[in-house]
Design a protein around this ligand. Sequence first.
Ligand code: HAM
Length: 421
Amino acid sequence: MSKIQAPKGVSEYFPPRSDNFEFVRNTLISAAKVSGYSMMELPVFEDTELFIRGVGESTDVVSKEMYTFEDRGGRSITLRPEGTAGVMRSVIEHNLDKGQLPVKVWYSGAFFRAERPQAGRYRQFYQVGVEAIGANDPELDVEVIAIAHRAFMALGLKNYRLDITSLGDAESRARHRVDLVKYIDGLNLDEATQARAAINPLRLFDDKRDEVREAMAAAPLLLDYLNAEAARHFVQVQELLGEMNIPFVINPKMVRGLDYYTGTTFEFVHQDLGAQSGIGGGGRYDGLMSDLGGANLSGIGFGIGVDRVLLAAEAEGILTDAGPSELDLFLIAMNEPTKRFVARALNELRNLGVRADMAYGDRALKGAMKAADKSGARFSMVIGDDEISAGSANLKDMKTGATESITLSPLTVLADQLKRR
Ligand code: HAM
């Protein structure tokens, strides 16, 4: 029979690398949890309208990259290309915005964009994200940025940079837009580019073509149009980042790929990843909630690309081996008849909370010993007829080779011993 392959451009993780993937994801999640964020689990498909209204029609994400299809009931459904719009939809639908503010949530899961696949860019990829909705404090902006920074520090990442800017409030943006549109009107652009600019002129700062970059070099910058209130907020963010020793660079030409951003906006860029260098990004979104039919609340959040953070960690040589073993103990049956005793002991030890395993399938002792080595378990124990009749066996430290005799009944003695170590 012919083999079936995974669809083009998806990322997937299997042992041993999946241990590292899980480690990176859990480190990101832990950083959110210690900051008081609660978990949210949302559908991977939503009403298409949510992303058109939430993410914006001028974006590549909505105009070119959505996996959209009609379901059996004739509804237009889209696989989520990002997480923020879904969180807003759910917060509004379940009235979380009417309770204690800010609502602080984290999420983790698969996202879908029909992009051209390349290293670090996939059609199904993974994010850990946070959203904090219902407060417009600069302190909250910095809390969100600090979560990502804390996770990257915990992983030991070094070769990355934090870019920040402010996209201002509606009034600042409107004033800037007038001048920017005037500037763009004076350029000689093709029709498609003009159409993009008509929906969101900021998008031209993100154009990768040399001629457009040159043409945009002298374009007016939004940072120069911030009104007093927006400028004060942005200065406070910078001061607080400084006080918390979180290094950053101001990048006034940063353009995010999604249209909902306002105010503080940021991106983490890793230096060892080539073209797909964005390991995470986010920012504030003042109008998103009301655009989706909710209250007029501001929010801020980020999405970190777990696939890319893993690639970054590997590029820096931080996670080279298969990842730390989770096993405390590996049991080895001396021969076929003792296997049943070992299986029962193993089951009881696991019930007592010991992380343990045994060799299956292999009849020879030598193979089982090898399996114990490969498992990375901290301790091993060989059990044969002699051990069963004596009621005790040698617990071997796999690192030092030291052994110690321990009773097998009750097994709580062994379990306690392993937990103490
Ligand atoms: P985003 O910048 O579109 O933001 O995506 C966040 C991160 O997801 C990127 O920095 C990148 O690491 C990863 N990523 C995006 N596309 C791909 C891909 N095709 N393959 C691999 N990794 C990818 C958002 O999605 C916003 N929802 C973030 C946010 C939350 N803003 C406010 N709250």
